[in-house]
Design a protein around this ligand. Structure first.
Ligand SMILES: *Cc1c(COP(=O)(O)O)cnc(C)c1O
Length: 415
């Protein structure tokens, strides 16, 4: 990538009018450029995606769908959404796509609205085992409005306990089964989930928010042939604007569309939908296929290097962009680790540990791979982790300097 972002001209306008917010944007751009973005759900969108987000389509009201809007002047909005839908259906082999969900959570809400009634029973991964808030958290609409039954991972292997999934499905006869996770580093067995759902007459909802970008690049199995509805985000490995997406079979298209608008959302965000189209165009290229495979290769290298440094990896490794680990063998818990790593310029998340006492750490390789880093850099990053966790001021300063040097060699938006 060869232009700076946000574009200098845009910043100049803002600087003159609102220096306070201009400083915030510049500070954030600098933070992203000078620290390592290892949050598994984050990435760097292309300058083309950023430009589309900042375009006049942001001004347009477009409730409804192409050809059937509640507002005038929608010819370009319609064109943008039609292109986005065509690119998504072609890329993922789906009959139908809805690009309007404002976020991954909105996509899940719409999937439930399309298939369920309040009070229905839903089988999903428990939150302590890697489920998302929308998979039955009592703090979320899902836990309030549906009766969630949690399944989990095996205590020894960390892998999904499919015998438990089948046993719970037979016992509870759920209306829907949800597969997908915020922290599972392996591929769900979609065929097996489909077989269990068929046996008990349940819908299968795949929440592929994390791996959908790997699916786009052929680096992870595609849930589309197995799930009734696939929920996704567009801003994680897929590298588009922040937002959600739904994919489904033709028979469910109308129910899914009506579940998004008018049931759970109002006007579509047309600048975001156009930016989703740009990202889907990028994701359809051989360059993106190579990127997706590199992301997984880098996660494997980083995971192996972290294991060598003493981290206890969940499931012993990864097949995806995502790594979860317990730092306890290095004498710290997840929260302490996140704070010490952050102080050294290594930005990542904590995560629940299904069977541990404390929390673990969760990280991914999507953003650093977009920056152009390779396998040698991944091995180097693992060594920086151990140094930063020692909590010695000189070591923290040394790691920070090494992170600066590394990021200046791989600037996210060129120079
Ligand atoms: C990220 C994620 C979501 C939610 O996406 P938001 O855009 O943050 O609402 C939902 N489900 C899973 C499994 C996720 O990983």
């Amino acid at each position: 990538m060869s232009v700076s972002a946000p574009p200098e001209e845009v910043l100049d306008v803002l600087r003159r009018q609102d220096p306070q917010i201009a400083d915030v944007l510049l500070g954030e751009a600098r933070r992203q450029a000078e620290t390592l973005q290892l949050i598994a759900a984050e990435n760097f969108t292309s300058p083309a995606v950023l430009a589309t987000l900042g375009s006049p389509l942001a001004n347009k009201y477009a409730e409804g769908y192409p050809g059937a809007r509640h507002h005038g002047g929608c010819e370009y909005a319609d064109a943008a959404e039609r292109i986005a839908v065509e690119r998504a259906t072609a890329l993922f082999g789906a009959d139908h796509a809805n690009l309007q969900p404002h976020s991954g959570s909105s996509a899940v809400l719409a999937a439930y609205a399309a298939l369920l009634r309040p009070g229905d029973t839903v089988l999903a991964m428990g939150l302590e085992h890697g489920g998302h808030l929308t998979h039955g958290s009592p703090a979320n609409f899902s836990g309030r409005w549906f009766d969630f039954v949690p399944y989990g991972v095996d205590a020894e292997t960390g892998l999904i306990d499919y015998e438990q999934v089948a046993a719970l499905a037979r016992h509870h006869r759920p209306t829907a089964i949800v597969c997908g996770s915020i922290s599972y580093p392996r591929h769900p067995d979609y065929a097996l989930f489909r077989a269990v759902a068929d046996e008990v007459g349940a819908y299968l909802i795949a929440d592929a928010a994390h791996p959908i970008g790997l699916v786009a690049g052929g680096a992870a199995p595609n849930p589309v042939p197995y799930a009734d509805v696939v929920c996704a985000t567009t801003h994680k490995v897929l590298r588009g604007p922040r937002g959600g997406m739904l994919l489904c079979r033709a028979e469910l298209a109308e129910r899914v569309d009506r579940a998004v608008f008018p049931f759970t959302q109002g006007g579509a965000q047309m600048h975001t939908i156009a930016a989703k189209a740009v990202a889907l165009g990028e994701a359809s290229t051989p360059a993106f296929t190579a990127y997706a495979h590199r992301v997984v290769e880098h996660a494997r290298v980083l995971a192996a290097a972290l294991a060598a440094e003493g981290f206890a990896l969940t499931t012993g490794g990864t097949d995806t962009h995502l790594i979860t680990a317990d730092p306890a063998p290095l004498g710290v818990d997840g929260r302490t680790a996140r704070a010490r790593l952050s102080a050294a310029g290594l930005v990542l998340d904590t995560c629940a540990l299904p069977y541990g006492d404390g929390r673990g750490i969760r990280l991914g390789t999507a953003a650093v791979t977009t920056q152009g880093m390779g396998a040698p850099e991944m091995a180097g990053i693992a060594a920086l982790f151990t140094a930063a966790l020692r909590d010695e001021p000189e070591e923290t300063a040394r790691v920070r300097a090494e992170v600066r040097q590394l990021t200046s060699s791989f600037p996210p938006y060129g120079r």
